[in-house]
Design a protein around this ligand. Sequence first.
Ligand code: MCN
Ligand code: CUN
Length: 795
Amino acid sequence: TDLQDKRETVFEDNDQKPVGFGRMLRKEDARLLRGRGRFVDDVQLPGMLHLAILRSPFAHANIVSIDTSAAEAAPGVKAVVTGETLKGLGLAWMPTLSNDVQAVLATDKVRFQGQEVAFVVAEDRYLARDALELIDVEYDVLDPVIDVRKALEKDAPIIRTDLEGKNDNHVFDWETGDEEETNRVFAEADVIVKEDIVYPRVHPAPMETCGSVADFDPVEGKLRLWSTTQAPHAHRTLYAIVAGLPEHKIQVIAPDIGGGFGNKVPIYPGYVHSIVGSIVTGKPVKWMEDRSENLISTGFARDYIMRAEIAATAEGKILAIRTNVLADHGAFNGTAAPVKYPAGFFGVFTGSYDLLAAHCKMTAVYTNKAPGGVAYACSFRITEAVYLVERIVDVLAYELQMDPAELRLKNFIQPDQFPYTTKTGWVYDSGDYEPTMRLAMEMAGYEELRKEQALKRAKGELMGIGISFFTEAVGAGPRKNMDILGLGMADGCELRVHPTGKAVVRLSVKTQGQGHETTFAQIIAEELGIPPADIDVVHGDTDNTPFGLGTYGSRSTPVSGAAAALVARKVRDKAKLIASAMLEVSVADIEWVKGSFRVLGDPGKSVTIQDIAMRAHGAGDLPDGMEGGLEAQICYNPSNLTYPHGAYICVVDVDPGTAEVKVRRFIAVDDCGTRINPMIIEGQVHGGLTDGVGMALMEMISFDSDGNCLGASLMDYLIPTALETPDWETGFTVTPSPHHPIGAKGVGESATVGSPPAIVNAVVDALKPFGIRHADMPLTPSRVWDAMRGQATPP
Ligand code: MCN
Ligand code: CUN
């Protein structure tokens, strides 16, 4: 049946070797599963020294004095560096990805617990750590600013005293949409529903923490930096700007990366420390964080307090949405987002619905917490936007006493409305929402689930069914309006076909586990007919790859994937001219059948791409004026983002005695356009859904009133395991992107974006007998228990 075809099938034939798109085991796994991966911490250079960072125990304090003499005299110590040292070199501060500045080492005061105060370079990691204990810092403790609301009060302590003339804790104010029109539509609506919704601070917590090895060669003047980076080229340019080193003398190498999830987008002080350490000592210097350092000091995610309001007719036609957001950005605005989008792509909070009006106002605030923002599979704040709209739509369904599926179906943007311009100005490229929603409902057995729920409710059992339907904007982005610190968000790609028909493709993006070595080989394979096994993917080394902005915001497939397809087509165009010479017929008389050119009407006469590759490099003649070789390069500037969508349904059971939530089933139907490798997509979706369970039910980075981070270890910061997750049930629909050369849209963050509202909606639905229409994440047993007790007792 139709449904059968669209359910993911279990991978059955591991030996099948498709040419092009399809299920295929990951090429990189041969290396990774045998323990032959090479991560930053595996890099060992002769004479290499080790770096450890002294971090502030206080969230807010003036630095009175630092005495490093005992540390300098400690065994094995080669250098101790403080903010004062860096100040002398003009390196105490560095730009963040959002045009703010961040302390490389604190000079005047510390602004969050865990901030970098000094570093030690020593012969080994242990000696470096021991010496940290000997550094004597005198602090003068200041009142910390922890609550965003209090940060905006008149008498709140000012955090960013380093910024000239700064006399409040504002980072920025931003708005989008039409306020007047939105208010007008609200005024005329039958129903208005309002809810305060918190998306707590969470952390990407990749398995591999951040680190780097810097090796500065004073003779060559060349810096080699192995680092955990998702964007090697962008980082190299920034190092050139910050450190004043010539860009061609900097080589940034991102070797295997053990998970990024956005955590490895920013430039951290530790990377800069290792560079300074190597310059100062003349030796290679390694810095590798431990788990606590990663959790307390590197890029967090979310931390949005959102007031959501939705207006509708009594029949459930949604008319408008407005929202007011307080965004906690921590002590430095280290958010990664295109310059013109200070709040990322939060503007897509209008969701998948055809509205009359929408408006959002946002205030971003400094607090005494770690900087970062928009990490953790966020698609630039779309995670928060999707949570907002999918939660408030459910609250509306509750008030209208309508089925949440029916309410969504009634309000979808219709297929003939695409490309659809939203009320906040985004142009959704393509979508066909109803079939995706219907497929999810069919896979879930939605009607039966509702019947089962009614029976259970009658017995006092708490079963919930939650829906979320999302549209994402991924693949940043068109250079004309998207850049990061002035760098346009385009991507280069180079393809060389060797004489024997094997190929190498060089990318500007970098996998952290997404399987690029496989899927990019598949894109070239699909376009050129060379088997993926014969195509090597080179990435993550700025000396050997073309410039481009890197992997985040699920942009690799939308941008770099398009570049790969187009560069292969360039090669194919040249191959066609060679083929016509080899076949001695005009170009008009040959046709391309994957992997070879064939004479029209004479299928027996053909040449393969491998034959052509040999000819391109061979001794024989080429067509007049043609250079030898078979290679091409390209820089691809996308004309729009891609807009994947999906329908998620979650079924939970809540234990009425312990308030524990069990996710019993989860159905995820994703539409990412043309699918390159369904197995990899499925893996991306499984991972993202697991993230969703974590955020919805257990993850939160919280702080006490002194600003101590309470999530500084994986004992305190809970992340989900296989035990808390169900067997995922995945399906798909295919609505190709009209502007992408192969019609593919990004998928890497879809499930993380789409799943938290489905889970929360399910838990709230389970608690309906208590008269509850909202509860904030993470829905731990204690929070669910409080929610159950704080409301009317069940009927
Ligand atoms: N893909 C496909 N067909 C499509 C779309 C994607 O086969 N239509 C494949 C791609 O070729 C790629 C993978 O799916 O192999 C993800 O592609 P894409 O959606 O383009 O996302 P990126 O490659 O740009 O990855 C970034 C995204 C982000 S931003 C976060 S955060 C995240 C995520 O990927 N971090 C991850 N997934 C992760 N998965 C792992 N294992 N580790 C991380 O750190
Ligand atoms: Cu925001 S997490 Mo991903 O874009 O690297």
